[in-house]
Design a binder for this molecule. Structure first.
Ligand code: M7G
Length: 338
């Protein structure tokens, strides 16, 4: 589907690479060697028992700065449910109790299928700590006026660094993970497994299309001039995912987040059966609906009132609080578990 100016590259499957001591990254810059045995935990920021993820704040021995370690129990891979995987001689079964026809055990499968997905953010900023902390969340109805007067000035002065995005676009990081690359400056994009996905487990498929065009911050900036780009992302993204993972477009949830964490336009592709974080009505906007709205009214997203959720530790919360749009939950009306 890509033309001469919009050629694409498709890569081989990604695989986890072990960072060796003093290894240089694709930029030729030595990456800090991080080892979990050197991690000194100081605070649990969030322990989500539904998602089975935990975020721990701490620091690395002999290294300055705060680090966040996010651990997540992986979903089961269906192809490991056989005599080579969970039902092999290497699985150790400890009995809790047996009663009549009911048995309760704990299984310790072989370590190669028992990994814990681990994300390390180091050095982490206050914004990262806020993003991963459990906290009160509110919903704000952002009119076009609120966006221009409150949100936009705030994101212009304070936002997450986009270096990781540029590293992907400029071929400096995650190149072995790239699934599809359309190099057209105006309508091109890179499709890459999301940080939250191991790139292997179909059941939790999660990819990100990062557009090559700079300066499109979010959904709010989109208008009729972006329709060719949006349709290309949708059509070529679906095709590349089908070719590589055999998941048809009809089983993909393709959407934007509003507000995003990173203000360089990107589109999320997740497996419809997978309840990825951020798929709910207050945060996600389906790409097809966005295309349709813009087709009906070119400046729809400049005019629309868009809801977004905001957490109390976020600095944008202070902006809306100061201007009287939202109030912090007082401790005495918080639900307390006794
Ligand atoms: P978002 O909608 O801006 O923010 O999505 P969210 O975190 O509130 O969803 C940004 C997406 O980029 C998220 O799904 C992240 O998991 C993903 N992401 C973040 N980083 C720092 C990286 C990265 O370094 N590599 C990749 N592949 N994905 C990332």
């Amino acid at each position: 589907m890509s033309d001469g100016n919009c050629q694409s590259d498709v890569n081989e499957p990604p695989c986890a690479k072990k960072i060796k001591k003093d290894e240089k990254n694709d930029n030729g810059v030595a990456e800090p060697v991080l080892d979990l045995k050197d991690f000194i935990p100081s605070k649990i920021l969030n322990n989500n028992t539904n998602r089975k993820t935990v975020c721990v704040q701490g620091n690395f021995k002999d290294k300055s700065g705060v680090a966040l370690v996010i651990l997540e129990k992986n979903a089961f891979k269906e192809d490991e449910l056989d005599s080579e995987g969970y039902f092999s001689a290497e699985s150790d079964l400890k009995t809790f109790f047996q009663n009549d026809i009911y048995g309760n055990f704990e299984c310790f499968p072989k370590s190669s299928i028992n990994g814990v997905k681990t994300t390390i953010i180091y050095p982490a900023t206050e914004k990262h700590i806020a993003k991963f902390s459990q906290q009160e969340v509110h919903i704000i109805q952002e009119t076009s006026d609120c966006y221009n007067k409150l949100t936009l000035p705030h994101i212009e002065k304070e936002q997450f660094n986009l270096q990781w995005v540029y590293n992907i676009l400029e071929g400096r990081s995650e190149q072995e993970r790239v699934v599809y690359d359309n190099k057209c400056e105006k309508e091109g994009f890179v499709l890459v497994p999301d940080l939250k996905w191991d790139g292997l487990t179909k059941e939790t498929l999660y990819l990100l299309a990062i557009v090559r065009q700079r300066g499109i911050k979010s959904l709010r900036d989109l208008d009729g001039s972006h329709l060719p780009l949006l349709k290309r992302v949708r059509d070529e993204g679906k095709k590349a995912i089908f070719e590589k993972y055999k998941v048809p477009g009809s089983q993909l949830r393709i959407y934007f987040h509003y507000q995003p964490s990173f203000y360089h336009l990107h589109i999320h592709f997740t497996y419809l059966r997978h309840e990825a974080p951020g798929i709910y009505a207050e945060k996600s906007h389906l790409l097809d609906t966005v295309i349709n709205n813009i087709e009906m009214m070119t400046d729809y997203y400049k005019k629309a009132t868009l809801p977004f959720t905001i957490r109390e530790m976020d600095t944008l919360f202070n902006v809306y609080e100061t201007n009287g749009y939202v109030q912090k939950i007082k401790p005495d009306i918080k639900l307390i578990d006794k």
